[in-house]
Design a protein around this ligand. Structure first.
Ligand code: SAH
Length: 239
C-alpha cells in the first residue's frame, strides 16, 4: 500500500471539504442575518439606511460564544459569560439610529460586552472608544474586533461611570448597562450638539433616554421602556 498516496489524498479531501463546509455555514449565517434585519429591524421601524446596512454587514455570530452561534440571529439577548449579555438586535438598531452617527464622529460606548455594538458603530464610520469593566470580556472583544480589522474601534478596561475624559468631548455616547441616574461625567463629556443614549432607572423600571446638548442646555426624551444589565463599579456595587 502506498501510504504517501493515501496521506496525500486524505489531505486533498480535507482541503476541499473543510472550506466548502465553512462556505456553506457562512452563507447560512448571511441568510439568517438578512432575515433578522428584515424581520426585527426594518419591520419595527428602524429606517436609517446606514444602520440597516451596518447590521447586514456585522457578523453577529462571531461575537457570541461558540455554542450559541446558531441562535445569534434570534430576536433576543444572549449570554456572553460573566453574567452579561449581548443586547437584542432590535435594541442595538434602535440605539444606533438614535445616535444619528456621521462619518468620523467621535463616539463613546460604556459596556463593550461582546464588542458587537462597537462593531456596528465602527461600521457606521465612527471613531469609537468603548469601556468594559469585566477584564476578560474586554480582552475577548478587543481580540474579535482586531481580527475583524476594526482599526477605528478602541476598547479599554475600566469603569465607564467616569467616562473617558482624555478623549472627550464626544459627538455621541451610548451606554449599554443601566445606572439608576445619568452619570454627570457623561453629560460633561458630550460635545455641543452631541447625543447620549442611555437606559436609566430603578431595578425593574428602566427607560431608554435620549439626551441632547443644545446650546449648552440638555434636552431629554424618553424613548421606550427597556431591560438592561446594571451599571456597576469595580466592586460590583450598583450605580
Ligand atoms: N454593548 C454590549 C452589551 C454588553 S452588556 C454588546 O454589544 O455586547 C453591558 C456590559 O456593560 C457588560 O459587559 C458589563 O460588564 C458592562 N458594564 C457594567 N458596568 C460597567 C461600568 N461601570 N463600566 C463599563 N462597563 C460596564
Amino acid at each position: 500500500m502506498n501510504f504517501g498516496l493515501i496521506y496525500g489524498l486524505g489531505l486533498l479531501i480535507i482541503g476541499i471539504v473543510v472550506p466548502v463546509r465553512q462556505n456553506v455555514q457562512d452563507m447560512d449565517f448571511k441568510e439568517k442575518r438578512f432575515k433578522m434585519v428584515a424581520e426585527q429591524i426594518k419591520s419595527r421601524g428602524i429606517n436609517d439606511s446606514d444602520v440597516i446596512k451596518a447590521m447586514q454587514i456585522v457578523e453577529r455570530h462571531l461575537f457570541v460564544p461558540n455554542y450559541l452561534k446558531k441562535y445569534a440571529y434570534q430576536d433576543r439577548p444572549l449570554p456572553i459569560g460573566h453574567g452579561q449579555t449581548i443586547s437584542q438586535p432590535y435594541i442595538v438598531g434602535l440605539m444606533s439610529q438614535l445616535l444619528e452617527v456621521e462619518e468620523g464622529e467621535k463616539l463613546l460606548e460604556i459596556g463593550t460586552g461582546s464588542g458587537y455594538q462597537a462593531a456596528v458603530l465602527g461600521e457606521l464610520g465612527g471613531e469609537v472608544y468603548s469601556i468594559e469593566i469585566v477584564k476578560p470580556l474586554q480582552k475577548r472583544a478587543a481580540f474579535v474586533l482586531d481580527s475583524l480589522n476594526y482599526k477605528n474601534v478602541n476598547t479599554r478596561y475600566g469603569d465607564g461611570y467616569i467616562g473617558w475624559p482624555e478623549k472627550a468631548p464626544f459627538d455621541g455616547i451610548i451606554v449599554t448597562c443601566s445606572p439608576t441616574k445619568i452619570p454627570q461625567a457623561l453629560i460633561d463629556q458630550l460635545a455641543e450638539g452631541g447625543k447620549l443614549v442611555i437606559p436609566v432607572g430603578l431595578k425593574y423600571v428602566k427607560k431608554l433616554v435620549l439626551l441632547e446638548k443644545k446650546k449648552g442646555k440638555v434636552v431629554q426624551h424618553n424613548v421606550i421602556p427597556v431591560r438592561f444589565v446594571p451599571m456597576v463599579d469595580i466592586d460590583g456595587n450598583l450605580y
